[in-house]
Ligand binder design. Sequence first.
Ligand SMILES: [Ca+2]
Ligand SMILES: [Ca+2]
Ligand SMILES: [Ca+2]
Length: 538
Amino acid sequence: MQNEQRTARLIAGALILLPPTASLAQPAHEDSAFGLFGAFAATEYGYFKSRMGFNNEQDWTWVEDHFRNLGAHWTRSNLQLLWDIVEPVLGGGYVWNNPMLTDPLIRRVYREGNEVHWLGVFHEGGGPIPPPPPKQQLRNPLSYPNEYQAFVRAAVERYDGDGIDDAAPGVWVKYWQAGNEIMGWQSSGRTVDDYVQFVRLLRAASRAADPQAKLVLIAPTDGGHMDPWLTQVIGALASEQAFDVIDVHHWGAAQTWRMPAIAQYRQLLDSKGLSHVQIWSCEHGTWQGQPTGQPSQTEQDQARSLVKRYVFNSNSGLDKLFWNNLMEWYQFGGNAGSIFNSMGLVTDGQGPGEDPARFNTPRIAYWTYRLLAARIDTHLATRLGLMPEVYVEGQVYGYAYRRASAARRLYFLWSEVGVRNVTFSVGTPILRLTNLIPDRYGKILEQRSLYAAGGKVRATVATDPVVIAELLLGDLNCDDAVNNFDIDAFVLALTDPAGYKAAYPDCERDLGDINGDGVVDNFDIDPFVECLSQGGCP
Ligand SMILES: [Ca+2]
Ligand SMILES: [Ca+2]
Ligand SMILES: [Ca+2]
C-alpha cells in the first residue's frame, strides 16, 4: 500500500510538471487491427440519413456509438484531403471547412472518448473528380510540386496533434496515404516513376510538418496475387525509408476470404529489409444478398467469411482490416446492383436480396465482428499461428492465440468440408466453445464446455467458425484472475447451480471442481482457499 501511495504521488507530481500544451491526446489502440472504412462521411449515406432524418452531426453520433459497441478503433475516408476541395484556387488559401467537411469530420473522429484513429488519404488527383463536382478535372500534384508540398505541410501540421497550428486539441493523425487506388493513378496516364515522385513529395512535406508522420502506399484492389505495379514501386523506394504501410483492398464473394498476396508481400518486404512495414487492408468486405451477376449470400455466409478474412489473413501477415462499411452505400456509383450496396455491418434493407424490414439493423456479421474484436484485437491477444494438429489444407483450419491477460490460449477453428472431428493439445483441463455465428440479434446460438483428457481436447467443427477458450480453474467469475472476487461466484456455484448459470452465463461452473474429482462440492472448498492464497490453482 505504501508503494502504491508513493507511486500515486509520483504520478501526480509528474502531471503537474507537464506543460499545459503537452500532447496527452493520443487516442488508445493505435495498434488495433479493427477498422471500418468510410464510416465517418460528409456526402455519403444520403438515403440512410434522409430516412433517419439525420444531419451529419446526428449521423456521426450514430457512427460513434457503433464504433464503441463493435470495439473498432480505425477508420479511413478518401475525400477529405482532395487538394482541389481544400485549395479551390491555387494560392487563394486553404478552406478546411468545405463541402467534404474536412475540419468538422476529422475533429469528430477524434472526439474525446471515441478512441478512433483516422487514416488520411491524400487523393491522387490528376483525373476526373468524384462527386460532387466543382470541376471536371483535378489538378495533378506533379504539375505543381511546390504548391502541393505546401498543401501537404499545412494539412499534416493542422491535424498532427503537436500543439502547433492544430485544428483542435485531441486531433492526432499520424498515418497518411499517398493516393487511394492504383487504377485511379493509372487512368490519368501516370506511370510508376510518376508515383514514386509523388511519394517522395509527400514524404518530405509530411515529415517537415511532423517527423513522426507515417506513409501508406496507394492500394491494389485484389489480394489474390501481388500487383506488379506495386512491387515496382516497393522496389524503387525500398532503400529510402519512404513508406511505412502497404494497403491491399479486397472484396469478392464469401468464399474468396483468402488473400494469398499477403504472405507474398510480407516475404517481399522482409527480403528488402522492410520488416517494419505493415500490411493493411483498408477496404475489405463481402455482401449479403445478390448483387447483379453475383452469387446469392446469406447473412451467415457473410459473417462466416468475416471471421476467416480476419483470422486467416492476419495469420498470413495482415496487420489491420477495415470492413467496407458500417452503414452501406445506396446505389453505389449509380448502380442498383453494385456489391457495395450490400456489405455494411448495418443494412439499409435496400439492394437485391436484402430484406427491407431490416433497415438500420445490424447484420449477423456485425455481432461476429464484435465477438472477434473482443477476443483477438492486438492489445488482447498474440497470434501463435496455424495449429498443425488440426490443419488440413482446403478442409480444416485452426489458429491459436495467446490472451494478453493470462497465459491461456484461444483456438479459432472451422471446416470447409462439413462436420469434422479434431483433437489437439491444450493447456487447461476445461475449455469453452463459442460459435461465432450468432442469431440476428447477437444471441449466441451454441456454447458449451469441453474437457481435456491427457492434455488433449476433442471437438467437432463444421461450417460455422468457433472459438475454443482455455479456462482458468478457480476463476469462477471469468475475469481472467483467481482472487477474492471469485468467492461469491464460487459459493453460488457450490450452493445454487441454476443461480450460478444465470449470474455467469458466459462462465463455467465446473471451474469450481478444484480437486478434479468431477463434481463441484464441499471437498473443493479447501483447495479453492489454497488457490486464493496462491493467486491461482496449481
Ligand atoms: Ca500541428
Ligand atoms: Ca443495402
Ligand atoms: Ca476471477
